[in-house]
Design a protein around this ligand. Structure first.
Ligand code: FE2
Length: 291
């Protein structure tokens, strides 16, 4: 059995390269877009990812309508947001519909509601992605740090599930349906697909250090976008950000150097330092796989 170096960047670049343009449009004008999408986009480009025809179409559509709002405002709505009605056939994902019954809406009228829906739906999608990825990692993590990571990842999976439920139900509270479908997650998350197979403990640490940082920046932008007109939504998102910050620290702590030990995760990685540049995306993982 020999060891070979397998770059997973190409495996995941296709997803991230297609999802990011749509996400960037969905976040349009928010601080989160500039902060979170740039590192991933540039990495996808450098990895030579090519957009598929369908992704190109999705990007073009995103120029006109934010994906999270493509179905906002269902036909026949009698609410004050009926003017939000958008063509139903422009894109299938996500599907957020406004209730036809009276509901409590954020301040700021149509724009205030749109801002809250963008903030909540995008956060929901990222939380569901993290749910899937932490459980996948919980099962497949391998190496000397199997047990602490196995336990921590299960705790984090539980946390993302609780936050996702709170975020999804806040959408319902402001009169809008939430979209947690698998296809919506795949097509709109900014995170690349998690690698299959056994995954080295060091790579797990690097993956979630970067993924939590990225999603944390997205959620911070969502907080800023909603805090003026919808403080309750902003408060819920602040709780999400608190967990992201906490678990990002718990992953980062495995590899950060100290004044007395500059080896930076050496013990996890077969005597080699683990380098985590500030803007490196998870998709750049290089994995040691057995063949
Ligand atoms: Fe388990």
């Amino acid at each position: 059995m020999r060891k070979t170096l397998l770059s997973v960047s190409l495996l995941v670049a296709g997803l991230s390269g297609t999802a990011l343009p749509a996400l960037a449009q969905a976040q349009g004008g928010t601080q989160a877009t500039a902060q979170s999408a740039t590192p991933m986009s540039s990495t996808a480009s450098s990895g030579g990812a090519q957009a598929t025809p369908s992704s190109t179409a999705a990007s073009a559509e995103g120029k006109d309508l934010a994906p999270t709002l493509r179905r906002l405002g269902s036909e026949g709505s009698t609410s004050s947001s009926a003017s939000l009605a958008l063509p139903q056939d422009q894109a299938p994902f996500p599907n957020n519909q406004v209730s036809s019954a009276p509901f409590v809406s954020p301040n700021g009228g149509e724009e205030g509601l749109k801002a809250s829906v963008r903030a909540l739906q995008n956060t929901l999608t990222e939380l569901q992605t993290l749910q899937l990825q932490t459980k996948q990692a919980h099962w497949n993590v391998s190496g000397p740090f199997f047990y602490p990571l196995h336990e921590q990842l299960d705790e984090q999976h539980t946390a993302w599930g609780k936050h996702a439920d709170e975020v999804a139900e806040r959408l319902l509270a402001i009169g809008v349906s939430s979209d947690g479908r698998a296809t919506t997650i795949v097509q709109t998350s900014s995170l690349p697909e998690f690698p299959g197979g056994f995954v080295d403990d060091a790579e797990i640490v690097r993956w979630f250090t970067l993924a939590y940082k990225q999603v944390g920046e997205e959620v911070r932008g969502a907080i800023l976008a909603s805090e003026e007109n919808d403080p309750q939504t902003s408060n819920i998102l602040q709780e999400v950000e608190g967990s992201l910050d906490k678990y990002q620290w718990m992953m980062r702590a495995y590899v950060q150097s100290t004044p007395t030990d500059q080896r930076n995760g050496e013990i996890l990685n077969q005597g080699k330092a683990i380098d985590i540049p500030a803007n490196q995306a998870p998709m750049q993982l290089n994995m040691q796989t057995a063949q």
